[in-house]
Write a protein that binds this ligand. Sequence first.
Ligand code: LLP
Length: 415
Amino acid sequence: MNPFQRRDGILHAEGVSLEDIARRFGTPCYVYSRAALTAAFQGYGQALAGREALVCFAVKANSNLAVLNIFARLGAGFDIVSGGELARVLAAGGDPGKVVFSGVGKSVPEMRLALGHGILCFNVESAAELDRLNAVAGEMGRRAPVSLRVNPDVDPKTHPYISTGLKTSKFGIPYGAALELYRQARRLPHLEIRGIACHIGSQLLDPAPAAEAAGRVLALVDALAAEGMALRHLDLGGGMGIRYRDEEALPAGDYLRPLLGVVAGRHERLILEPGRSLVGNAGLLLTRVGTLKPGEERSFAVVDAAMNDLARPALYDAWHDVVPVGGSGGNPRRYEIVGPICESGDFLARDRELALAEGDLLAILSAGAYGMVMSSNYNTRPRAAEVMVDGDQAHLVRRRETVDELLAGESVLPA
Ligand code: LLP
């Protein structure tokens, strides 16, 4: 579903005009749709109907408490990568018993925190981590639930920065080493082997690599079972892609069909860790045109959002559609949509044909995933506000930061 539609020529989020949102909350501002978040989550629910499964939203994609709370109310679990993300899940009313902890560098305090809250599983990525977790659990008089994150060496055919399942990646345990590491894990007294995990990359459009990875994972599961290690769950990660421009992104049911075919008839519980596909198209970044700089070679529209608000274009050369919120008196031109930051890489979109006037509002689409979470305070820019629309109501779910807040933790040397 697309929650961002025009009414009387003005772009709305569900029933609320984006002009009203800009007036009330200022710009730049992230705007999310509760209905779109819900529909995306339900898409997974329908695809997985009839199967023992848990959808663990990858918190890294969008960690706003209101977003997490909506998913928690729908019964989601959560995939976290830090103690901070666990704190967010708990604050949002998430169930720690449905939390999986991924990541290549979990610290001892993070392990203690997660064990103390009784999370569902640690997805362990190395032999050293296995030993450390065993020691921490021993100190606490507990057994830590573990999966090994196995690297199936499957090419996900996506951007190299977000491919994680290749041999050359820092993530996961090499496929050939996994069996031996499970044997070691079994000998460690404070660990309890629960499952197996894998995640091959992000923004995957072709469903075949995920299905191929699932097949490789199952071969390992069978080898483990032959040695008496029966697993309770298969965590097959996230990665389903979305449409940013003209990509043929499949609905969840179609994307998951080949993978579900591979695991059909298996008794293990299926866990998925989608991030982008649950939130990406449910959010946009609202920004106002400050200055127009028409030029011979290139024309620039300097807007009040920048690479510190949305890093994806600068970082990955990612495409986000840019659409005017209302009509405008300007003449159409090809614009570079840039921010006020002192870097040539500070662009949000390049070479877009738009009719613009100063003061116009623009919506940068598909910004619900890896948008606000990757924002920074570069150039001492307070981070944007976040607004959740629910029907005809707009709720401020994170107020804009202030410069005072940015300075609050700092001090100068004594005189
Ligand atoms: N599980 C694990 C272990 C992950 O590493 C990731 C994403 C996910 C789940 C969620 O993947 P998703 O369903 O969102 O594709 N900042 C980049 C994306 C980085 C993805 C990192 N890992 C971007 O803006 O495209």
